[in-house]
Design a protein around this ligand. Structure first.
Ligand code: MG
Length: 207
């Protein structure tokens, strides 16, 4: 069907694991931390807001790490990922931060992840976030295409649009109704079975 090797780029939060910031909001009871890329499309605006809320409430990196350590991947995520890794190469492209995503990445079997990092002072206060590069999801797809891969991207939210657009094919996984209506060019899947069936039907993946 296709003579190029395929690589799948998967978003992390909302696709394989729950939203980490919402977990923190649940633990702390701070509703302002519930905002995600689904609510504020501009990532820098969202992060500045989050860091301000953290400072206002004296929250530190250890608070995140406790939350993340108590979280699990979404139901079925490990099996889906194992299946996908048998079909093709897989990279997680996430706008999360390495410092607090690692416990969950370990629960997923330590797939390769490209993401961002945090600047933390000696007391554990998060001073700033460091974007490895702007628009990293799109740039990763461009780079992978230059390495002669056929790239498939899967994500749920606004920060995934650039990698969905840039890839040879983009697929929504559990998107909001709003974003699915705004970007009707991307097929919508609501669970791992539907995503697996879509990959089998459109991209020649095996059972
Ligand atoms: Mg997401």
């Amino acid at each position: 069907m296709n003579d190029k090797m395929t690589i799948a780029c998967l978003d992390l939060e909302g696709v394989l694991i729950p939203e980490i910031w919402i977990g923190l909001a649940n633990k702390t009871g701070i509703d302002e931390l519930r905002l995600t890329t689904r609510d504020i499309a501009d990532y820098d605006e969202l992060m500045q807001k989050r860091l301000q809320v953290l400072d206002d409430n004296g929250l530190k990196l250890t608070d995140f790490q406790e939350v993340v350590a108590s979280m699990d991947p979404l139901h079925g995520a490990q099996d889906f990922l194992k299946w996908l890794q048998k079909q093709c190469e897989v990279i997680i492209l996430s706008d999360t931060f390495r410092e607090f995503a690692m416990p969950l990445i370990a629960k997923l079997g330590n797939p390769t992840m490209f993401c961002h990092s945090l600047q933390v002072d000696a007391s554990g206060r998060i001073q700033n976030y460091i974007l490895r590069q702007q628009d990293q999801k799109r740039k990763a797809v461009i780079a992978l295409k230059s390495l002669n891969f056929r790239v498939l991207s899967m994500g749920d939210s606004y920060n995934d649009l650039s990698m969905l657009e840039e890839a040879h094919a983009g697929i929504f996984f559990k998107p909001t109704k709003k974003i699915a209506e705004e970007y009707p060019q991307f097929p919508v899947t609501q669970n791992y079975d539907e995503l697996r069936e879509r990959l089998q039907a459109d991209h020649g993946f095996a059972n």
